[in-house]
Design a protein around this ligand. Sequence first.
Ligand code: GLU
Length: 282
Amino acid sequence: MFTTRFAPSPTGRLHKGHAFSALTAWTAARAEGGRFLLRVEDIDPTRCRPEFETGIVEDLTWLGLDWEEPVRRQSDHLPDYASVVQTLRTRGLLYRCFRTRKEILDGIGDAPHGAVEAVRPGPHAPDDEAGMLGEGRAFAWRLSLDRAREALGGARWDRLSFIEEGEGPQGERGLIRALPETAGDVVLARKDAGTAYHLAVTHDDALQGVSHVIRGQDLFEATHIQALIQALMDWPTPVYRHHRLVIGTDGRRFAKRDGAVTLRALRASGLTSEAARAELGF
Ligand code: GLU
């Protein structure tokens, strides 16, 4: 059955970009007679806050959206993700990484929206690793692309792909060859969270039977590594529909970090949800 989701992280208030994404997914589910899920992706203990989760529900309700209950909150399911980490570890696909942010450009595992150059630090020398473990230092688990390639076999690796029914930022459409190399040895378990975005999102899409991932083009690149994780775990690869990003009057895309006008503020200023929807084309 056609199943899609809106999967925000409660790290701030929703803005028009989120509204566009949620409305796109909800409308598609309605049009297909399918299911629309809301998933709270709150695995980042430093940035997620309960009041932002409450805000998400308020904002989406105001927009006129509804979704299946119960809402899946990722922080309630950390053991699920830990067991995937364990499976991948047992298969020798992960390595410990003790390096700090300062030591390497460590953006990919935790910042799905950031375009970051591929990071492939590789395992530490066994003696160094033993020493750092002995000192009780915190480490992340990274996916080794070399070992993943061996595990899948070259032929399967070369056939990694996903279907794009929307459009990537460069107009990508149709059957897209997945190139996990562009992402590097991503972090699948953060030092502080025991999981990471790519792992939690692919696990949950599989668990919840998501057939269509509808989300912004800023996450198009993430699909390359997500298709690899799906292949490694024998999870189905959903169909992807990446949509254009909503651009503000200054010509830049909305982003929480830029302090874009929030739906909450628009509502307080007297904007009706009908007007908000119409402005976004719904
Ligand atoms: N939680 C991610 C975000 O905040 C979205 C995940 C996804 O749609 O794949 O943007």
